[in-house]
Design a protein around this ligand. Structure first.
Ligand SMILES: Cc1ncc(COP(=O)(O)O)c(C=O)c1O
Length: 386
């Protein structure tokens, strides 16, 4: 009765944890900023609604917004015009449209493991086969170019990359970015680059975008994180005009057009919200430092330093699986996400989001510390075992 397509799609592990949480839990499971959208963005939304921007708009997005998005890239990364931009209902829709526009049944698509939860399901929805490539904590979760090359076959069509990364917080090094571009060029692969966290960086260096480095790039971005408006659903993709036209066909048949007043709000944000975005990024940095200092003291836990986004992805050696550790912490009052929700290689890790107040992070650290101490064998038990 149902299409096999639906059976292959799994419910995200993140949602399952939320459903089981006792009231009053500290939430380190959130994949969204805990801020409100900048004032100027909120005002522009109300204003657009009052001024009558409540109708369908052009399917590819309002021309003024497409121009403003193009300008954001042209300034740093070279020739980009309105024809390179498709405005979508969030990064989610941009990723889905890219998959549906580009993959053919039987194509193989390299996806990061651990990686964001939509890449594999989107590949499958398009009839393609996701092929995970490993991200290892011992390499600071940087893609291993050799491991990528080992996974190439004549059917490989695309590689999905994500820097700064959800769930690991890694930011790809210049060498890795160059290496992936070289590999893609050599094997004629499309690079799908998910850059939704490009404004949340702790490296002190500008973001290394894949845009402008190679012709066959589809860049995915979103207003969800930079303007803290995840519920408004607005993002975009950037690609060659030919791909944008193809993607626009799919996009039109899925959603008709992006929400008109929300586009007006994003347009205002692009010209006025810089101070608010910088302030948010500074606060995330302070929280990252606080969380990391605390985690370093927790027995049995090891954490690579997140260089971007708002996630830490520690390894927990507590003799528990990731799900058991997350469930035990849930009983102690903290929501986390088991690492294997992001792929098999996330087993043994927890994703901790620091999109919550410093106060909550301090309380969470106390609880995690006490929990890990309790797991340690007492000195008396250790002596008895000798
Ligand atoms: C890496 C990554 N890509 C894309 C998205 C999709 O975001 P949205 O659809 O809200 O733009 C998210 C959301 O959490 C994400 O973490």
């Amino acid at each position: 009765m149902f299409s096999p397509r639906t059976k292959e799609l799994e419910v995200s592990g993140i949602r399952r944890m939320f459903e089981a949480a006792p009231p009053g839990s500290i939430n380190l499971g959130l994949g969204e900023p805990d801020f409100s959208p900048p004032e100027c963005v909120q005002e522009a939304l109300f204003d657009a609604v009052r001024r009558g921007y409540n109708k369908y708009g052009p399917s590819a997005g309002l021309p003024a917004l497409r121009d403003a998005i193009a300008e954001r890239y042209r300034r740093r990364l070279g020739e980009t015009g309105r024809e390179h931009v498709l405005v979508t209902e969030g990064g989610t829709e941009a990723l889905a449209v890219a998959a549906l526009a580009l993959y053919e049944p039987g194509d193989e698509v390299l996806v990061p493991d651990p990686g964001f939860v939509l890449y594999s399901p989107h590949a499958r929805m398009a009839g393609a086969i996701p092929v995970p490539f490993p991200l290892d904590e011992r390499r600071d979760f940087q893609p291993d170019l050799g491991a990528l090359a080992d996974r190439l076959t004549p059917r490989t069509r695309a590689i999905v990359v994500n820097s700064p990364s959800n769930p690991t917080g890694a930011v790809y090094s210049q060498r890795v970015v160059d290496g992936i571009v070289d590999l893609a060029r050599e094997h004629d692969l499309t690079i799908i680059s998910d850059e939704v966290y490009d404004e949340i960086l702790y490296t002190g260096r500008p973001h290394q975008s894949f845009w402008g480095r190679y012709e066959k790039v589809v860049l995915v971005n979103s207003f969800s994180k930079i303007f803290a408006l995840t519920g408004w659903r607005l993002g975009y993709l950037l690609s060659s005009p030919a791909v944008v036209q193809l993607a626009n066909k799919i996009h039109y048949h899925l959603v008709a057009c992006p929400a008109t007043p929300v586009q007006m709000a994003a347009l205002a944000g692009l010209s006025q919200a810089r101070p608010a975005v910088d302030q948010m990024a500074r606060e995330f940095r302070a929280r990252r430092d606080l969380l990391l200092r605390g985690l370093q003291k927790v027995p049995g836990l090891r954490c690579a330093v997140p260089q971007g986004a708002f996630y830490a992805f520690p390894r927990v050696d507590w003799g528990l699986s990731a799900t058991e550790a997350a469930q035990a912490l849930l009983r102690a009052g903290i929501i986390t996400t088991p690492g294997d929700s992001f792929g098999a290689l996330g087993e043994g890790h927890l994703r901790l989001s620091f999109a919550t107040s410093r106060e909550n992070l301090r309380r969470a650290l106390e609880i995690i510390g006490a929990f890990a101490e309790d797991l340690r064998p007492s000195p008396a038990a250790a002596v008895a075992r000798r």
